[in-house]
Design a protein around this ligand. Structure first.
Ligand code: HEM
Length: 351
């Protein structure tokens, strides 16, 4: 069914059902996320693909991301020396924010870190308005066109940071998988040398861990709501014009007909197997598929692997207060993205 909606009838279902919240600030009139597949939307997608998330752009500005990850490492180092625990979600959230802002606009928003994504969105809007007033837009013209409301930050931050928090949760629950991942890193990268994006290709087990995290904890469990542009027949069912269409990728990830022991976190299932999340394998589509596929995928790919590898290459981790791996709370919180109900708190250890 997912393949029917996202590939065969991609054209019919490539519009969005815009939630009321996006109407409130007129976001839907400008945002690449909510626009129908109009020429305005096509232009924005083209700018995203060519100016922000192309391989050459991302290769060119990778050092900006490496520097930001080194700041995260310094923070963890300090905590490690003091034997203190870290709220993993919070630490990776602010790093992700910085990675995205550095990548897209090469401006440092570190001083704008705020408690919540909502606050941050307002701050971004402030930056944007400032840019409009003072012609700062000359420095980052792309920003003004692509994202007048800062939606891309929201789309990219919770999703990427949430993935990292779930991945770390699963690793802390499965010490043998953590050990295997750390061994792979040890063999691929010198001790104490920071991980770089160019290392990712040499880390197949780490890649399998990320895939397995996406399978069990897709950050956008129902993708982003689509809308039927025309009445469409899908496998004998009539989907009326304007119907809201959601693809439940969370359920696909847990489907026993598709996956052996679906509730088990087992990255090995992806070793020596071709399944990828680039929108062609419909058992694993955390970024969606078809013409609406997430344009931030190439950046998210680099950020998630880079941060996860950095967290576990340089440190071992243990749960606080002698908590046992099997006692970690795995509850999910209700919301647009699939976040953990309880923060993951862990103590870094230098080995
Ligand atoms: C793990 C990280 C991420 C996941 C799982 C994710 C997932 C998704 C999904 C499922 C969609 C909807 C696709 C569809 O309708 O088929 C989407 C759309 C989008 N994402 Fe991402 N995303 C991630 C990171 C990012 C990043 C880092 C950015 C940018 C910095 C970004 C920007 C966007 C935008 C602009 C759209 C709207 C595209 C459109 O409607 O044409 N995302 N994402």
């Amino acid at each position: 069914m997912a393949k029917q909606v996202l590939q065969k009838h991609d054209q019919s279902f490539s519009s969005r059902t815009v939630p009321d919240a996006a109407h409130a600030l007129n976001n839907y009139k400008f945002s690449v996320i909510w626009l129908p597949p109009s020429s305005q939307w096509h232009n924005l997608r083209r700018i995203c693909n060519s100016q922000m998330f192309s391989t050459s752009r991302l290769d060119a500005n990778q050092s900006l991301r490496h520097n930001k990850v080194k700041e995260l490492v310094t923070y963890i180092d300090e905590k490690c020396r003091m034997g203190q625990a870290i709220d993993i979600g919070q630490a990776v959230f602010s790093t992700t924010l910085n990675l995205i802002s550095n990548t897209m606009f090469s401006i440092d928003l570190a001083h704008l870190n705020s408690e919540t994504a909502q606050e941050f969105k307002f701050l971004v809007r402030g930056v944007l308005e400032e840019a409009g007033r003072s012609n700062l837009s000359d420095y980052f013209p792309v920003l003004k066109f692509v994202d007048p409301q800062g939606d891309i930050f929201v789309a990219g931050t919770d999703t990427s940071a949430g993935t990292l928090e779930w991945a770390m949760t699963e690793l802390l629950r499965s010490p043998n998988i953590m050990e295997k991942a750390r061994l792979e890193l040890k063999q691929a990268i010198e001790k104490d040398k920071p991980v770089e994006e160019s290392d990712i290709a040499r880390l197949p087990y780490l890649q399998a861990i990320v895939k397995e995290t996406f399978r069990l904890h897709p950050p956008a469990p129902l993708l982003v709501p689509r809308r039927a542009e025309t009445e469409t027949d899908v496998c004998g069912f009539t989907v009326p014009k304007n119907a809201l269409v959601m693809v439940n990728i969370w359920a696909i990830g847990q489907d026993p007909d598709t996956w052996a022991s679906p509730t088990l976190f087992n990255p090995d299932r992806f070793l020596g197997c071709d399944i990828n999340f680039r929108g062609y394998d419909f058992e694993l589509t955390p970024f969606g598929a078809g013409r609406r596929i997430c344009p931030g995928l190439p950046l998210a790919y680099r950020m998630v692997h880079l941060m996860l590898a950095s967290l576990i290459h340089l440190y071992d981790w243990k749960l606080e207060d002698g908590m046992k791996p099997e006692d970690v709370n795995m509850e999910e919180k209700f919301g647009i993205t699939l976040q953990r109900a309880e923060s993951l708190i862990a103590i870094p250890i230098k080995d």
